[in-house]
Design a protein around this ligand. Structure first.
Ligand code: MN
Ligand code: MN
Length: 296
């Protein structure tokens, strides 16, 4: 494990997240927000570990801007900005929720508090079920409901979801946090009218290479090579294939790769009762007496 790469990636992620937190996004398009954040990551010498996610309101996760996305942020919106930075494949994953409607501010505060409380009990050897219990209790005390089927995750080089889930509710089955591994913790919170679960939506605009298999035509293989070289097995957006291909060609080639299962596509995740969702996220490495929060 390259601790220094994790820490350097975390510092960039944290700086860029704080810029995003302070900025007033009302009136901006999701495309402008994604592109400006991705540019800030690169300006600092980091690479994007995945396309910036800009999930609005009842969309909990996995929405990124389309190539010509004209969706404008409104004053009544609750916007989750989830960003990832990688250095040599070592990833910092962090998120902030911005909300200009005071009546939903408690969701943001509940997600932030739950994250803080979870981190405060963590060290090498802490059980994941205790983290889930802490998050669930904190969220409920603050008048929200945790999303049960979204969770944090272990991280590995060039792998965002490396197999272990960091739960947001008390759950059976548990592992102990290891000092040799990095993890992301990410409470998601919805309103008391929410179901506490997400379902898959129709939109899919985040992709990743699923295999290093070849396609049948030359141009598809050129796209596979481009994806592998630029993004490795990490997620990417169709807008990242432009201007190497024009929008229509990129879309057609990408659809072909998805149909042939060479590329995987990720659906947006929507609160099952269409209730708003807030999120907070940090990446950390457990230590004997606490944790190194790389994205603090
Ligand atoms: Mn994230
Ligand atoms: Mn994450």
């Amino acid at each position: 494990m390259q601790i220094q790469d994790y820490i350097n990636a975390g510092k960039i992620a944290s700086e860029v997240r704080e810029l995003a937190r302070k900025k007033y996004h009302v009136g901006s398009t999701l495309l402008e927000i994604c592109e400006s954040i991705e540019k800030e990551i690169e300006r600092r010498g980091g690479k994007c570990a995945f396309p910036v996610n800009t999930s609005l309101n009842e969309i909990a996760a996995h929405y990124t801007a389309e190539p010509n996305d004209a969706t404008v942020v409104k004053e009544t919106d609750l916007l989750k900005i989830d960003l990832g930075v990688q250095i040599n494949g070592y990833i910092a994953d962090t998120a902030v929720t911005v909300c200009y409607d005071p009546s939903y501010d408690y969701l943001v505060q509940a997600a932030e508090s739950a994250l803080r409380e979870a981190i405060s009990i963590m060290h090498a050897g802490t059980k994941s079920s205790d983290v889930g219990k802490t998050i669930e209790n904190t969220v409920k005390q603050m008048g929200g409901i945790p999303i049960a089927n979204l969770s944090g995750h272990s991280l590995e080089q060039y792998t965002i979801h490396a197999g272990k889930s960091v739960p947001n509710i008390w759950s059976i089955g548990s592992f102990s946090f290891q000092p040799t591994e990095a993890y992301a913790c990410e409470p998601f919170v919805t309103t008391p009218e929410g179901s506490g679960f997400v379902r898959e939506g129709r939109t899919r605009n985040i992709f990743s290479l699923a295999t290093r298999k070849r396609a049948k035509d030359e141009e598809s293989n050129r796209m596979i090579d481009f994806i592998w070289k630029r993004f490795n097995m990490l997620p990417f957006a169709s807008r990242w294939l432009i201007p190497e291909w024009d929008e229509k060609t990129a879309r057609n080639l990408l659809n072909g790769l998805v149909q042939n299962k060479i590329v995987r596509s990720y659906p947006i995740l929507v609160e099952a009762n269409e209730q708003r969702v807030a999120q907070a996220e940090h990446t950390f490495i457990p230590q004997e007496n606490g944790v190194i929060v790389t994205t603090i």
